[in-house]
Ligand binder design. Structure first.
Ligand code: SAM
Length: 260
């Protein structure tokens, strides 16, 4: 199964596709100081849960970038159903092909999709590439919001199956990479074990239901893969965690004497 179909099947029951909670995502937007009139760019917007929640509460203009036709379609359907078309636009395609004026957004978010902004030739991690890309579009004093995994223990035990292809730095390393780019942490939420278990329970139920609906399919083995489930049980929320970091883009250095 290609990755788009795989995630469409596995995340059919998710309203948002990350291991946090509604309350934590609301808190994240509070940390950004969201208010009427703001312009927001969301990379990897999935089914558009966050965008729709914001657009229902604030008079904001939001652009969501989404590569999966299935998720983009689902987001557009829900946007129309909720009559939010004037506030939200979904741009379908790879995020890196998106072009807009520099510094033209108040808030730039990327929740669980930093890999979409990666550049293998750069020698930097996807996370660092994502920060650089997002900074270009955020105004000075605006906010960058990024959801990312981090390691609770370092180094991770050798016994951990290595079947995921992302770097897992410590939380402080994520913050340090921000500071190197003139991005200053102003808010942080972390997932709890319950958040992870809820996130994966929806995956497991979706895999079981699809297997029962398609018992003859060769894809069943991929969906019910025990190595993936072992990693989800043994690592997620225990050895590896997830955070949404909110940073202010820049500080007025000349006015803050001690920063030079
Ligand atoms: C883990 S999901 C997170 C979705 C959403 N941000 C949320 O939290 O509910 C990652 C999303 O990024 C999208 N994506 C992956 N690669 C992308 C790319 N190159 N450009 C735009 N979107 C991409 C996926 O299709 C998926 O919807």
């Amino acid at each position: 199964m290609n990755p788009f179909d795989f995630f469409a099947v596995m995340e059919r029951y998710h309203s948002f596709q990350n291991p946090t909670s509604e309350a934590k995502l609301d808190l994240v937007m509070e940390y950004c100081g969201i208010r009427n009139g703001m312009r927001i760019l969301d990379v990897g917007s999935g089914k558009g849960w966050l965008l729709r929640r914001l657009a229902r509460r604030f008079d904001v203009r939001i652009t969501g970038l989404e590569i999966s036709h299935i998720f983009a379609d689902e987001a557009r359907r829900l946007i129309v159903e909720e009559n939010l078309q004037d506030r939200i636009t979904i741009v379908e395609g790879p995020a890196q092909t998106f072009r807009a004026e520099a510094e033209s957004f108040d808030i730039v978010t990327c929740i669980g999709a930093s890999f979409a902004l990666g550049d293998k030739g750069s020698g930097l991690s996807n996370y660092e590439n994502a920060l650089d890309w997002m900074r270009r579009y955020a105004r000075q004093g605006g906010s960058i919001v990024i959801g990312e995994v981090f390691a609770n223990v370092h180094p991770l035990p050798d016994s951990l199956p290595r079947n995921r292809d992302y770097d897992v730095p410590l939380l402080w390393t994520l913050v340090e990479k921000m500071r190197q780019r003139d991005l200053y942490l102003r808010g942080l939420v972390e997932s709890s074990l319950d958040d992870w278990n809820h996130y994966h329970s929806l995956h497991w139920q979706a895999a079981i239901d699809w297997a029962l609906e398609n018992p003859k399919s060769d894809e069943v083995a991929q969906l019910l893969d025990p190595a993936r489930q072992r990693l989800e049980i043994e690592a997620d929320g225990r050895l590896i965690n997830w955070a949404v970091l909110v940073a202010r883009n820049g500080l007025p250095h000349r006015e803050l004497k001690c920063l030079g």
